[in-house]
Design a protein around this ligand. Structure first.
Ligand SMILES: [Ca+2]
Ligand SMILES: [Ca+2]
Ligand SMILES: [Ca+2]
Length: 199
């Protein structure tokens, strides 16, 4: 235990100057031979536990909000990149009259398998590179196709169920599997996508 620091407080009351000591938060006093009494400072165990709990709660809140902010920023980035890829597909469509994977333009499938591209960096996608089979290909329509902000490839699906309820509404979309990384024909809520054509 140590002596508390005494702090001087100077002020004026009705024009008369005064000086006095203020001891902040002193709970225990002891007498000593220098100035009569001094403050014994320190915290009780309960006080320390309360302070530690409050710090813990604050840290949890701050970490959670940082995490939310980071995820929101990633979703914004994914939307921007999906939009960019969609525009690239429109340029490919304009030149080659085909969609990535040599899919027929505007041909929305209805729940059959095998019409998806899970990786748009491949030559058959015709966006950054071509497999040589796209007529009038005049790309690259994007220099590189990035991974989404969660490290997964963007996809192109011509039978994507855009109805998030139990019902079905098929569309051709370009998208990201979203934060949970699931999405190969899962059509879950956290996916980020843009529609090229609805059935
Ligand atoms: Ca599909
Ligand atoms: Ca559905
Ligand atoms: Ca997902």
């Amino acid at each position: 235990m140590c002596k508390s620091k005494k702090r001087y407080f100077r002020g004026f009351v009705n024009g008369a100057g005064f000086t006095r000591y203020i001891n902040f938060g002193c709970r225990l006093w002891r007498h000593d031979h220098t100035d009569g009494r001094s403050c014994i400072t320190g915290f009780t165990l309960i006080e320390l536990l309360v302070v530690i709990s409050i710090i813990g709660i604050l840290a949890t809140i701050i970490l959670a909000s940082l995490n939310n902010a980071r995820n929101s920023a990633r979703i914004v980035k994914a939307r921007a990149e999906v939009s960019q890829i969609r525009k690239a597909i429109a340029f490919l469509e304009n030149d080659a009259n085909e969609w990535p994977g040599h899919k027929t333009i505007d041909d929305v499938q209805t729940g059959v398998s095998g019409n998806e591209m899970w990786d748009l960096t491949v030559p058959e996608a015709g966006l950054a590179v071509t497999d040589g089979s796209f007529q009038n290909w005049d790309g690259p329509y994007m220099n590189t196709i990035p991974l989404d902000p969660w490290g997964n490839p963007y996809f192109f699906d011509t039978d994507y169920d855009i109805d998030l309820t139990a019902g079905e509404e098929w569309a051709a979309v370009v998208g990201s599997f979203g934060p949970n990384g699931d999405g190969q024909n899962v059509y879950d809520e956290d996916n980020v996508w843009e529609t090229l054509k609805v059935e």
